[in-house]
Design a binder for this molecule. Structure first.
Ligand SMILES: [Zn+2]
Ligand SMILES: [Zn+2]
Length: 370
């Protein structure tokens, strides 16, 4: 990604060998997530030019000094980076690492608490002379590439029989939605749930809620094809927000006193407000949708006073080394059928894949590198 708003271009780059604690991964596939597009559009301050991609999966080809739990030949899913030392990490809440932005979005590599080390990516000029530093280490991977440098901490070894091209997006989008339900909100069996936004995270939340036994599971979106898919995945009711004047009333025809749990996955402040407005007393709304930095939203204070909670949730509050193998098992059992949300694209068709995500034609495009 060389300039704001794109496009993505394929260019030959040089990658440094893995340093201490790092692993070299040959990428098999990488999902495309809205955060990639938010950086493309510079809603987050990641410097350009940069190699994006943060739902990578592949095979380990090399390990740096000191790497103990990952070996050459291992199949791995890559996920977000965390420092392991801040107060959040000390509590085990690693997705909300105090250094999440530096670790994942700075475009730099790190060592200890130094986040200013240039990424291991370079491009030579046409004469093979002066080299240009390219930003990378995006989520400690930059996996829109044939190879990537990750770290021992942000790769998860999975069974060699598992399908890397299907499981790649577990590392961000799918764990975000599933984890918000299973790790953070933890609704009781039979609890009512509203999910706004039928993207990969919202639909993963629906699948997780079905596994737990939430009822009703209501989903709101503006695209009928996504709502039909949601019904297939376990939603009990769907609401098309573009055909409803008052989404709050539409939810209340199903749950007259509001819902016990909600997941806001659109990143739209008006939808977020509605999602909180429709909570029952003591209800909890988990915010998983990203909005440009500086976006504000207003709530009715009296409404919140009645025990209602709004909780920001990053990456589903997940600890990927234990959570991703669980999701892999649920997928193998047919209970987390993410293949219904995925369309594969050759790496060279990255712009077509991005268009399919932007227009809503595809929930989760996955690039295949080999
Ligand atoms: Zn993501
Ligand atoms: Zn931390």
């Amino acid at each position: 990604m060389r300039k704001k708003n794109g496009p993505f271009t394929l260019e030959p780059l040089e990658l440094d060998p893995p340093s201490e604690g790092e692993v070299l991964v040959r990428i098999a596939a990488c999902g495309i997530c809205r955060a990639d597009l938010s950086v493309r559009d510079q809603h987050y301050p990641t410097p350009l030019p940069v190699v994006l991609g943060h739902e990578g999966a592949g095979v380990v080809e090399g390990v740096g000094k000191g790497v103990k739990t990952v070996s050459v030949g291992d199949h791995v899913l890559m996920t977000f980076a965390f420092c392991g030392q801040c107060p959040s990490c000390a509590l085990g809440v690693i997705a909300t690492c105090w250094h999440h932005m530096e670790m994942n979005f700075s475009g730099k590599r790190y060592s200890g608490h130094d986040w200013s080390i240039p990424a291991p990516l370079f491009q030579y000029d046409a004469n093979g002379g002066v080299r240009e530093q390219i930003n990378g280490a995006f989520f400690n991977q930059s996996a829109f590439a044939t190879h990537a440098i990750a770290t021992e901490a942000n790769v998860v070894v999975i069974d060699k029989s598992a399908d890397l091209q299907t499981l790649a997006p577990l590392g961000c989008g799918f764990q975000t939605g599933a984890g918000a339900i299973m790790n953070v909100l933890r609704p009781e069996v039979g609890a009512s749930l509203l999910v706004t936004g039928a993207g990969s995270a919202g639909l993963a939340a629906v699948m997780a809620a079905k596994i737990i036994g939430c009822d009703p599971i209501i989903i709101l979106d503006t695209v009928d094809s996504k709502l039909r898919l949601a019904l297939d995945l376990g939603a009990t009711h769907v609401i098309n927000g573009s055909k409803t004047k008052d989404a709050v009333s539409a939810v209340k025809t199903i749950c007259p006193h509001g819902v016990a749990y909600a997941i806001e996955g659109t990143g739209n402040p008006a939808v977020f407000r509605n999602t909180v407005d429709v909570l029952q007393p003591t209800g909890v709304c988990g915010l998983i949708g990203g909005a440009p930095q500086g976006t504000e939203v207003a709530f009715d204070m009296t409404h919140l006073l009645f025990g209602r909670t709004v909780k920001g949730i990053l990456q589903g509050g997940s600890r990927p080394k234990s959570f991703l193998p669980k999701l892999t098992k649920l997928h193998q059992q047919g209970r987390f059928p993410i293949e219904k949300l995925i369309a594969h694209y050759e790496f060279s068709n990255i712009e077509a894949a991005v268009d399919a995500l932007s227009t809503g034609h595809v929930i989760k495009p996955v690039l295949t590198m080999q």
